[in-house]
Design a protein around this ligand. Structure first.
Ligand SMILES: NC(=O)c1ccc[n+]([C@@H]2O[C@H](COP(=O)([O-])OP(=O)(O)OC[C@H]3O[C@@H](n4cnc5c(N)ncnc54)[C@H](O)[C@@H]3O)[C@@H](O)[C@H]2O)c1
Length: 232
């Protein structure tokens, strides 16, 4: 076995990004790809130079050959899949959100500790180079004492633009928070530490071609959410 053999659980949209990044790391090899859409798993496994493809995680675990896994599946599956992997002694990097409830998150953290394996969650927005610069400036008190954080997240929402309304994030209002608001919230937590209270407001704008030229949201439908908090 190579030094670090990785299993990708899920071969959809974000799996392509994980696979591309892992391919740049010399001491890491993707050995296994799992997706119930076996054709998708096989195509990704082939593009990764001979990884094994499986339609189920149970089959992949039975075959072995990896000691860490990236969970790249829709959020309701994060908890059961992470639980299975951690119980098998496999370290896990899970896409955000780690799970749907804080109780599930707490149980996963405890399970990882009891098994002596690593559990991480991919909050990639806190590693954005511009954000790291801001974080350094705040931590170094280059901007004075921090009193209030106002974080504006204004990004095109691919699934909305594609009218993919069957997506999990549109099933109930909470899901959009778990799917999208974790990005600005992760930045707020990085800036001020644990958040003790929380409120949210959300708006969606659809721009017609006349107003598109003047709106800050551009021509395509965009999703905007704001979140703010103050250090306690
Ligand atoms: N960090 C980011 O910026 C970012 C961006 C996009 C998505 N994500 C996260 O990545 C996760 C996946 O999102 P996506 O856009 O790739 O979704 P997707 O729908 O494109 O892909 C999910 C894949 O999981 C597969 N799958 C379903 N059940 C499975 C199972 N039991 N075992 C293995 N595979 C299974 C599906 O067949 C599908 O191919 C979500 O948690 C999402 O929040 C994060």
């Amino acid at each position: 076995m190579a030094a670090k053999n990785v299993c990708l659980v899920g071969a959809g949209n974000i799996a392509n990004t994980h696979a591309a990044v892992l391919a740049t790391l010399p001491s890491v090899a993707v050995s296994t790809v799992v997706d119930p859409n076996l054709a998708l798993a096989e195509a990704m496994a082939k593009s990764l130079g001979g990884a094994k493809a499986f339609a189920s995680l149970d089959d992949a675990l039975a075959a072995g050959g990896f000691d860490r896994a990236h969970i790249l599946v829709p959020p309701p599956l994060h908890d059961p899949i992470a639980t299975k992997l951690l119980n098998a002694g496999v370290s896990v990097l899970c896409e955000k959100p780690l799970a749907e409830t804080s109780a599930e998150c707490g149980a996963l953290i405890q399970l990882a500790a009891s098994k002596g394996v690593t559990l991480g969650v991919n909050q990639n927005f806190i590693f954005n180079p511009a954000f790291r610069k801001l974080l350094d400036a705040v931590r170094g008190q280059k901007l004075g004492r921090l009193r209030h954080v106002n974080c504006i997240y204004n990004m095109p929402l691919r699934q909305l633009a594609a009218k993919q309304m069957s997506h999990w994030m549109f099933d109930k209002p909470l899901n959009i928070l778990l799917e999208q608001a974790v990005h600005p919230l992760s930045q707020i937590c990085a800036l001020i530490g644990n958040v003790t209270d929380f409120g949210a407001n959300m708006r969606m704008r659809r721009c017609n071609s006349r107003s598109a030229a003047t709106t800050p949201f551009g021509r395509s439908p965009r999703f905007a959410t704001t979140a703010s908090s103050s250090p306690t």
